[in-house]
Design a protein around this ligand. Structure first.
Ligand SMILES: [Zn+2]
Length: 410
């Protein structure tokens, strides 16, 4: 904490942010515990969303609920005009497991940061806006995808969030760290013609064969994709009885790649494979993309470095980041194409463990979990102060954002 100082108005603003978060600490932890004790899965986070929005409304934020046609999304804003900093909170749980991803902590990290930055802006007496977004359904449809698509993050100079992790958690401060794969869900339906599989199979059109040929085609494609591509699927419908030619077969696939552009190329190839399978079997194809894609994550390293410096300043030390290919996908990606973004990780365990597990459920309601979440809220608030008060930093963040998008052809 020693380094959270400084002279004059800026120092006072930094101290005001820390003091506001310390004052709110017990309430923040109580809020997080209530979300943890009552886990609600994606799109059903009614109590969690309301509790988070109420928390901020009670502290003077102007709250809009049900934004982007998502009943459990919200935006809470304070301040006016000027530079704009956003913190993103999540609160959905995992079916059958509860808070095995620690989103009850993500919720209060964003809210705590918002409360802190608001106090700092008041102290600064400057035009600036702080927004906390409640972003539902990270584990399912990805609420941020729709919120980004609807322009809810437009005008934001810096968007920050924090995700719990193990002792290996890092803040993505180096080029090539903090990546996530673009991901498109695809559903493939084939309609054929049923027939007795032994008596008159020649009258049948086998929808399952079309789906199997689709898998074979995708397997043939694998030789010709980049190392970052991921193509994986399951058969959800494959017929009803072995003596009946299946007149319906369906599969669900995920197509992932390092950028949206290369993911879209792959989706087009998968579509042609399915069309080919329809052609050789005579089945009719429905190629469906039930949800909009999540995009790859463009981590703003300039912003991440400032955040890391503040994480160090509040005593939350983590290993150094290193360049690493993305593996999973996140709806943060879509935000990161709209506005400069960073999602840092932070440890809630002093060891490595399997994520989405009962161990994480326990860690998400542990003293270490809460301590580090409060610390990360402080670091995000302090970083928000820098964004608000340093025009040259905003320019640098914006410049990197524009270059990184251009490098992806966006
Ligand atoms: Zn998560």
């Amino acid at each position: 904490m020693e380094t959270v100082q400084g002279n004059g108005t800026l120092g006072a603003a930094r101290r005001a942010a820390i003091a506001a978060i310390d004052d709110a600490r017990n309430d923040l932890v109580a809020l997080s515990k209530s979300i943890h004790a009552n886990p609600e899965i994606a799109m059903q986070e009614v109590a969690a969303s309301a509790a988070c929005a109420d928390f901020l409304a009670d502290r003077g934020f102007a709250v809009a609920r049900g934004i982007a046609d998502l009943p459990t999304a919200f935006r809470a804003e304070a301040g006016s005009l000027g530079p704009r900093v956003a913190f993103l909170s999540e609160y959905d749980a995992l079916p059958g497991l509860g808070h095995g991803c620690g989103h009850n902590l993500i919720a209060i990290a964003g809210i705590g940061a918002g409360v802190g930055l608001r106090a700092a802006i008041e102290k600064l007496g400057t035009d600036a806006t702080v927004a906390v977004f409640g972003t539902p359904a990270e584990e399912a449809i990805g609420g941020k995808v729709l919120m980004a698509e609807r322009g809810l993050f437009d005008g934001v100079d810096a968007a920050m969030g924090a995700h719990p992790g193990t002792v290996e958690a890092v803040c993505p401060t180096v080029e090539g760290s903090g990546q996530a794969l673009a991901c498109q869900a695809v559903r493939i339906d084939f309609h054929g013609q049923s027939a007795h599989a032994a008596a008159d199979p020649y009258n049948g059109v086998n929808a399952l064969n079309a789906l199997i040929e689709t898998f074979n085609g995708i397997n043939a494609l694998r030789q010709h994709v980049r190392a970052d591509a991921r193509l994986h699927g399951i058969i959800t419908d494959g017929g009803t009885a072995p003596n009946v030619v299946p007149d319906f077969a369906a599969g669900e696939f995920l197509v992932r790649a390092a950028t949206v552009a290369s993911m879209n190329d792959l989706v087009a190839k998968v579509r042609r494979i399915a069309e080919g399978a329809a052609l050789i079997t005579g089945a009719d194809l429905a190629f469906l993309m039930p949800e909009p894609a999540t995009w790859d994550m463009i981590t703003n390293v300039t912003l991440a470095r400032r955040l890391k410096r503040n994480l160090d300043a509040v005593g939350l030390r983590m290993p150094e980041a290193r360049a690493e290919e993305g593996s999973g996908s996140t709806d943060w990606g879509n935000v990161s194409y709209m506005v400069p973004s960073v999602e840092t990780a932070f440890p809630i365990l002093d060891r490595v463990c399997t994520w989405h597990s009962p161990e994480v459920v326990a860690a998400a309601d542990s003293p270490m979990g809460y301590d580090n979440t409060i610390a990360v809220a402080k670091a995000m608030a302090l970083t928000g102060i820098e964004v608000v008060t340093e025009p040259e930093l905003r320019d640098e963040i914006r410049g990197e954002f524009v270059r990184a998008k251009a490098a992806r052809g966006a």
